[in-house]
Design a protein around this ligand. Sequence first.
Ligand code: HEM
Length: 128
Amino acid sequence: DIQGNIYDAIGGYKKIEELVEAFYARVGKHPKLTPIFPDDLTETARKQKMFLTQFFGGPPLFSQERGHPRLRARHIPFEITPARRNAWVDCMTNALEEASIEEPYRTVMLEKLSMTATHMMNTPENEK
Ligand code: HEM
């Protein structure tokens, strides 16, 4: 199916790197996100390149190094409110455009990432 081939279709690891660099450049400047991310995003970006490679059908780089993704559990230490979820999705929307990922892949990728982002929420807005 289309999802299994996205990694190859968009240009493989080079394109994932471009996307992740564009994404964390935005995260590092977003007032809703900087409070929960480290100042130096090098290591965060490295893990995300491995994760998105496997998420979009490439080799399982993340699991080879880090084990089962358990993404929601890995995010529990961070207060992820609806506003932070939306900020994350906004950064990703713009990064997909900056990395010139073409349709139909751009929309399919954003939908899959947005659904996963919704699943990461763990803190109601009024508690922040
Ligand atoms: C790690 C925030 C959604 C994938 C992290 C970290 C933070 C964070 C603060 C730790 C960074 C570090 O210490 O280096 C958020 C927020 C989200 C979100 C606010 C909004 C909903 C997502 C989504 C995905 C994702 C949708 C995947 C599609 C990852 C991965 C890591 C990570 C792979 C590294 C985990 C590890 O190996 O330790 N995230 N995240 N995140 N995030 Fe997210």
